[in-house]
Design a protein around this ligand. Structure first.
Ligand code: ADP
Length: 385
């Protein structure tokens, strides 16, 4: 592909105008790459800073085709886009990041899990069921036993399609639909590796990050880099993430979520073929961020240096529990005095309990220093209505 700087008409089309898109736009501005954005919401975070912002559905075939017409490359920042449209754009010679074949597998958790099994990629044992009733019958027949992790094939979001099932009582919480039952893994820690891969098949990983969970809320509290795991163990995770990206033949970013088990093995949990929350800290911690790397892949530019320059900890800024409505940020005056800390405010007009409204990344000489800074800044800031 001709590099962007030798083509005066080069323009990237981005499906989805949320916070991930907004961070792509920031890098695109810096590198002077034109980006047009499609999102159904007129006040999406990408409403500012795009070459052109179009309001419309990225799930509608005709809307996506009309929107992407004339663009030189297409990317997504959300997975629920119309995969048929991506395929039709590819047929017109417009490269998509990711390609439609990657998106189709990822859009269904059952297909994704089957993909790992078919490609001999390590993943937890599972059984697939075409309907919830089949799963219940398997329990009745004794071929499926408690505990297990239920995952809905399609339509789950923000944890609603995943549930640990320990007893018959828990079955009442599950929704209808094609699903899998996974073995409940004894997880020692959860690691994320963002892989970038260009259309020539060159791969580069970002440093592995470790998810630290809140002791009671069962939510990721901090994303930490580097991980506390030994470097040879982390090297295995990075090698596995590249293997996963190669198996998909994915172009652009692939965020690979891995479990490191209590018995010292690696399992692939799931992937996202787009910029990912686990890669936010690359903005402050690496010479090239995940967002810039995606643009470089799309524009035929060389891969940027992705090494870790300093310890970094990311915390999400979420809407306070009990508050819904037009957003107000309280305590920014105190929070923004925190040393080594960068704030990213997504620009969402309305807050809701636990809605991701922004994030912050703190850097430090050590992970402990960065974590303490991130915790102090986060605690000082309240997102209310
Ligand atoms: P989502 O798409 O909602 O993020 P995930 O598949 O990532 O769903 O699962 C969410 C969380 O549930 C994981 O981060 C992990 O903590 C836990 N989990 C998922 N699968 C398993 C499993 N097989 N065994 C144990 N815990 C799991």
């Amino acid at each position: 592909m001709a590099s962007v700087f030798s083509n005066p008409n080069f323009e990237v089309a981005l499906l989805g105008g949320g916070q991930l898109g907004k961070m792509v736009l920031a890098e695109a501005r810096r590198m002077d790459i034109a980006v047009r954005v499609l999102d159904p919401s007129a006040d999406a975070p990408c409403r500012l800073g795009a070459q052109q912002f179009s309001q419309g559905s990225f799930q509608d075939f005709d809307t996506v085709m009309a929107f992407a017409h004339g663009a030189q490359a297409v990317a997504i920042e959300i997975e629920s886009v119309n995969a048929d449209a991506l395929e039709a754009l590819e047929a017109q010679g417009i490269p998509c990041f990711p390609q439609s074949h990657v998106l189709r597998v990822i859009q269904n958790k059952v297909a994704q899990k089957q993909f790992y099994a078919d490609h001999q990629l390590p993943t937890s044992d599972f059984q697939r069921f075409s309907a919830l009733n089949d799963l219940k019958q398997a329990i009745h027949a004794g071929t499926l036993t408690f505990p297990f992790v239920w995952k809905l094939g399609q339509g789950g979001y923000d944890g609603f399609g995943v549930s640990v099932v320990r007893s018959a009582d828990d079955l009442t919480r599950l929704s209808e639909g094609e699903c899998i039952a996974e073995a409940l893994v004894d997880i020692a820690c959860e690691i994320g590796v963002v892989v970038a891969r260009n259309a020539q098949g060159e791969s580069q990983t970002f440093p592995a990050v470790e998810m630290e969970f809140h002791p009671t809320a069962n939510q990721v509290e901090f994303v930490v880099c580097p991980s506390a795991l030994p470097s040879d163990v982390i090297a295995q995770a990075e090698a596995l993430a590249i293997q996963v990206s190669q198996a998909f033949n994915a172009h652009g970013l692939l965020a690979v979520e891995l479990f490191y088990t209590a018995s010292g093995t690696w399992l692939v949990n799931e992937v996202a073929p787009r910029p990912h929350n686990s890669g936010h800290l690359t903005i402050e911690a690496c010479p090239t961020s995940q967002f810039e790397q995606l643009l470089r892949c799309m524009c035929g530019l060389p891969m940027g240096d992705s090494q870790l320059l300093q310890c970094a900890v990311m915390a999400n800024i979420v809407g306070a529990d009990g508050f819904s409505g037009p957003v107000r940020y309280e305590g920014l005056d105190v929070a923004m005095r925190t040393p080594g800390t960068a704030f990213h405010i997504y620009g969402k007009a309305q807050t809701r309990p636990f809605r991701k409204m922004g994030h912050l990344t703190s850097v430090g000489q050590t992970v402990d220093e960065a974590r303490a800074r991130a915790a102090a800044a986060r605690d000082a800031l309240k997102v209310r209505a």
